[in-house]
Ligand binder design. Structure first.
Ligand SMILES: [Mg+2]
Length: 334
């Protein structure tokens, strides 16, 4: 963990980031919970959109300084987010519709993912596509069937960790539920135990940060909670090593523990949102997913008011994302 300074938190601050959206966000937020909940949700999309133009590049092929929100993705304008945000929105909308009392409904999330897949999105992860196709054929445990057919060597992709943060936001006030719900969320598309552990640790960290727990404490506690689970020790090791002794831009670039570890590292070391996301994308590899996870964690610490305003301005469908973030924040503050 690094030694970066904590900013002072204005305990009386209202949620009122400097953006022009048609939604009532001027709610009393004495502890900053709403601000951090919305910040985590928007941070995920912001990181995704920042990293999208550089997806799958080697570290040495990433321009320095990074042209942020200047380049497009798949012929679409700068600010376009990818499957990470699309799937996270499915998770968020499902949680919002069910309210705070009901548990995560995996069938409902799966239905939303299937509806999204039917729109023929420009980018869908392999494992996700296979699991959803299996589900469309009526398999009872579709992701398990794909896992057992393909084996663990190719099953620990980052397709579930990239979209799990909304669950952590929604459970900020009741994180014990994450021990059941986060692995279950992963298993909709990613059955592998390491994917489940990555989702558990990331959602626990997001929940703690949204609650206002100190960033180092939040990260250390989340990592510790993962230790009893498959891949937990490897994740703990990687948090100190990703992008340093362990390159993340090679053939294994889409590994779920890389995405989780890198996000935990930058928030645990105390980086700000912009510096943290620039660092993550600059390491190459699966840049949009790595930055989506990091963005959710950094946004959960620094809040909506701490996100770079000029990046937010260029984020695709920002108003709709803010509305969903506000609704998630209501669940977070319960
Ligand atoms: Mg993506």
């Amino acid at each position: 963990m690094g030694a970066a300074a904590d900013e002072d938190v204005d305990e009386d601050e209202d949620v009122d980031a400097d953006v022009d959206v048609d939604v009532d966000v001027d709610v009393a937020d004495p502890h900053g919970t709403h601000d951090r909940a919305i910040g985590s949700y928007l941070g995920l999309a912001l990181g995704d959109a920042l990293g999208a133009p550089f997806e799958f590049r080697r570290r040495t092929a990433i321009p320095d300084p990074l042209p942020a929100f200047e380049l497009g993705w798949m012929g679409l304008p700068p600010g376009t987010w990818t499957d990470d945000t699309a799937m996270a929105r499915n998770v968020a909308r499902s949680l919002i519709e069910r309210g705070g009392n009901l548990d995560l409904d995996e069938d409902d999330v799966r239905r939303r993912h299937l509806a999204w897949l039917a729109t023929d999105p420009p980018d869908v992860g392999n494992q996700t596509r296979l699991a959803l196709q299996e589900a469309a054929r009526g398999a009872p445990e579709p992701a398990r069937a794909v896992f057992e057919r393909r084996g663990p060597e190719v099953s620990a992709g980052n397709g579930s960790v990239m979209c799990c943060a909304p669950l952590g936001i929604a459970r900020a006030g009741d994180p014990e539920r994450l021990h059941e719900e986060a692995p279950a969320l992963s298993a909709i598309t990613h059955w592998d135990g390491r994917c489940r552990t990555a989702c558990l640790v990331v959602t626990l960290a997001v929940a703690a940060l949204v609650r206002g727990v100190d960033h180092e404490r939040a990260v250390l506690d989340a990592i510790e909670a993962g230790l009893a689970h498959e891949g937990g020790e490897e994740l703990e090791f990687l948090v100190g090593e990703v992008g340093r002794t362990r390159a993340i831009d090679g053939p294994d670039m889409g590994f779920t523990l890389f995405a989780a570890a890198l996000g935990l590292r930058v928030v645990g070391e105390g980086l700000g949102v912009e510096a943290g996301l620039r660092e993550v994308v600059g390491l190459g590899g699966d840049t949009d997913t790595n930055a989506a996870v990091a963005g959710a964690l950094l946004g959960a610490r620094h809040g909506w008011s701490g996100l770079p305003a000029d990046w937010l301005e260029r984020l695709t469908e920002r108003e709709a994302l803010v509305e969903e973030g506000v609704a998630l924040a209501v669940l977070a503050a319960r």
